[in-house]
Write a protein that binds this ligand. Structure first.
Ligand code: SAH
Ligand code: SF4
Length: 334
């Protein structure tokens, strides 16, 4: 069984089943998550029955395949999973803040037209351990500080709901990875029922909604999920989330020049979001082919909406290493 997939309660139950007392779970968690030790032989206060094979748990960090470093300090790692699949995770240092951008699926089934992951199709969901493992990799294998985490890598987090929820519980648990809920952000293409559920969870992580268009016609063209959960339903779900949590929601708006920008789209966007407790992040699209992003259309779009909406233009991070991966190029800061 994979240790990183277990919540504290599940670990306690697992140990109890093997005739071990509950407090042993805390000891084990402490070694792994506080000291960064994964070899049970080095865990000096544990009995023989909890060492090596006898424990029956695999405590294996994810395998690093390749690292790319940007001149601005951003790093992207390609990690190999047990079944040979690969995922990407990005580390973004920014002053006192250091954010890990993690993946939640191998590929993605949502098929957004501007997204490199969407183009490659869906392979499988990540287990909760494979999600937690990405943060663990940066903090304990690479020995780098981690202050924030964003589910903005490959995959749609809310389409991997059960594993995602469990991973967040483990990441947030003070006895496990111990990252405050307010330091964690989930980005979704807009799975409305899950957004409602998110508002009812015991821990309140930040919500970021990939909007990208102010009308159903345009949004469905860019994001097929809009056919299933059109704007009216999406905005209703976001309102419900805000009512339940009283938290400000971020809308991501990736500007594809000539397609979703211009004064008319700006006016419609203002109409759609006016009065909502929200913030808009405008991001220049990272072209899947050809030259790098051009921020001028995004800058102009910001100018058009800034008197009416709370808006920021995202700075680009790691732009020299992200050529192969659409969405990881974007930045994750306000
Ligand atoms: N599936 C989730 C989270 C991963 S994608 C979602 O869609 O929200 C993270 C973000 O990158 C999303 O806002 C997505 O719309 C954006 N993105 C994808 N491809 C992009 C590209 N080529 N240029 C800029 N942003 C992109
Ligand atoms: Fe999937 Fe998000 Fe890419 Fe859309 S933008 S295809 S939901 S990863």
């Amino acid at each position: 069984m994979d240790f990183f997939s277990l919540t504290k309660q599940e670990l306690e139950e697992y140990l109890l089943m093997r005739g071990l007392p509950k407090y042993r779970a805390l000891q084990l968690l402490h070694w792994v998550y506080k000291k960064g030790i994964t070899d049970t032989e080095e865990m000096t206060n544990l009995p023989k029955s909890m060492k090596g094979e006898a424990l029956g748990l695999s405590i294996l960090p994810l395998k690093e395949e390749l690292i790319q470093r940007s001149v601005d300090g951003t790093e992207k790692a390609l990690l190999q999973l047990e079944d040979g699949e690969y995922i990407e995770t990005v580390y973004i240092p920014d002053g006192l803040r250091a954010t890990v951008c993690f993946s939640t699926q191998v590929g993605c089934a949502m098929g957004c037209s501007f997204c490199a992951t969407g183009k490659s199709g869906f392979s499988r969901n990540l287990s909760s351990g494979e999600i937690v493992g990405q943060l663990y990799y940066w903090k304990y294998v690479r020995k780098l500080p981690v202050t924030n985490a964003v589910a903005m890598g490959q995959g749609e987090p809310l389409a991997n709901w059960e594993n995602f929820k469990k991973a967040i519980a483990i990441i947030n648990d003070p006895d496990a990875f111990s990252l405050g809920a307010r330091m964690i952000t989930v980005s979704t293409c807009g799975i409305a029922p899950r957004i409602r559920e998110l508002g009812r969870l015991p821990w309140q992580i930040n919500l970021s909604v990939s909007l990208h268009a102010p009308t159903d016609e345009l949004r469905s063209q860019l994001m097929p999920i809009n056919n299933k959960y059109p704007l009216k339903e999406l905005i209703e779900a976001v309102k419900e989330y805000i009512e339940a949590t009283n938290r400000r929601v971020t809308f991501e708006y990736t500007v594809v020049p000539g397609l979703n920008d211009g004064p008319e789209n700006a006016r419609l966007l203002v109409g759609l979001l006016r009065g909502l407790l929200c913030h808009v992040n405008v991001i220049p699209v990272n072209p899947l082919e050809g030259k790098g992003e051009d921020p001028s259309a995004a800058e102009e779009f910001v100018r058009l909406i800034k008197s009416q909406l709370n808006v920021t233009l995202r700075r680009s991070r790691g732009s020299d290493i992200d050529a192969a991966c659409g969405q990881l190029k974007r930045k994750v800061f306000e």
